[in-house]
Write a protein that binds this ligand. Sequence first.
Ligand SMILES: NC(=O)c1ccc[n+]([C@@H]2O[C@H](COP(=O)([O-])OP(=O)(O)OC[C@H]3O[C@@H](n4cnc5c(N)ncnc54)[C@H](O)[C@@H]3O)[C@@H](O)[C@H]2O)c1
Length: 391
Amino acid sequence: MLSRIDWVISNCRLLAGIGAEYEQTQPFAGLTIGTGIHLEPKTVALLLTLARGGARVVSTGNLNSTQQSAVDHLRAHGLTVIGGPTRDQAVHDADLAEVLSHRPDLILDNGGDLFARYLENPYEGLRGGTEETTSGRARLALLREQLAMPVLVINDSPIKQFAENRHAVGQSVLESLMRITNLVTNGRRVTVFGYGSCGKGVALNLRNAHAVVTVVESDPVLRLEALLDGFLVTSREEALSSADVVITVTGARDVVTAADLDLFKDGVILANAGHFPIEIDVPGLRSDARVAGVTAYSDGIEVLELADGRALRVLGEGHMVNLTGPRPLGNSLESMDLGFALQARCLEAVARGAVDAASCVVPVPADIDARVADDYVTGVTGAPSLLSAAG
Ligand SMILES: NC(=O)c1ccc[n+]([C@@H]2O[C@H](COP(=O)([O-])OP(=O)(O)OC[C@H]3O[C@@H](n4cnc5c(N)ncnc54)[C@H](O)[C@@H]3O)[C@@H](O)[C@H]2O)c1
């Protein structure tokens, strides 16, 4: 029987086409690509594609999302994987340092971890690379002057914004809430913190699943947009005290903390979909004096029992809910195939010297967006490529 990784690879249409092309063109011949990325079946498809283009790939995972089967598959195909699944920041830091000790020519970053560490201990020969996330872009934008090399931010492609963040994250967060808790969403009061590209999809998918959704957003313009999109928009206090489920997806720290303990309804479920496990202060909640006991259930469900009789249910210890719990599948294959096609094409552009140092922490170049979008539409609809029609 073939594995899930084989299923994923066989459904990543864009990557399959790029990989076949790369076998001929070898854009990464002689180059090392270093990465710290969620190691799961879809990233396996990406990293194998880069290896088909001649890259020596040196990879480690992110905190709490590495799947051993992905590590084994990559190693069996000759890629270097540092470490394995871990929730220990010190272990993760050492793994990232080891990736950099291979002095990669290109970095495929996820959260800014590798570029930020590179600056602490720079070496000759790094040409630049890519950053996948919103959180990483915010971190690396502050380091632009020191980096001074091409760093293309995949998250800032309109394709990533709507295909993954808006459509796929919303679907997978809904799927994950139901998979982990097996509880109904119908009629539940759900509060979503953040109405950026991910929050819009999370709010919409929960509403489509018959929940009553309130949005808390710090930007007044986006608050207005949420209101006009038909969501309840209230003060954060009202939104927290009415919620059966609270979902954070902001990229910000301490969005929900122990200071909110008195507001929560009995039985409230707390989940984070933002990149880092910093949005819900789970350690602060656990150690608060009002918490009388903590009960851990399997599959990443933790119940904090308050002395006054209420209980809070925390999912995945505040790590990204769509990559935790039993058999986490993450975002849909097609959305990731699109995002990873952007990754491959951007790394190829940096490797070929097609983008210069002025392109430091900037969005994906428009010609790469157009090419990837065109390949997807042509493959799905059979419509002739507009790009080739235009010559
Ligand atoms: N789970 C996943 O699969 C997945 C996928 C893509 C991105 N992400 C992560 O999700 C997070 C959000 O990404 P995005 O693309 O939507 O970002 P975004 O910048 O488009 O939106 C975040 C929104 O949160 C708002 N916000 C910030 N602090 C807030 C607070 N304390 N209360 C209320 N609103 C607040 C901001 O004003 C902004 O509108 C990031 O951490 C990103 O890395 C997760």
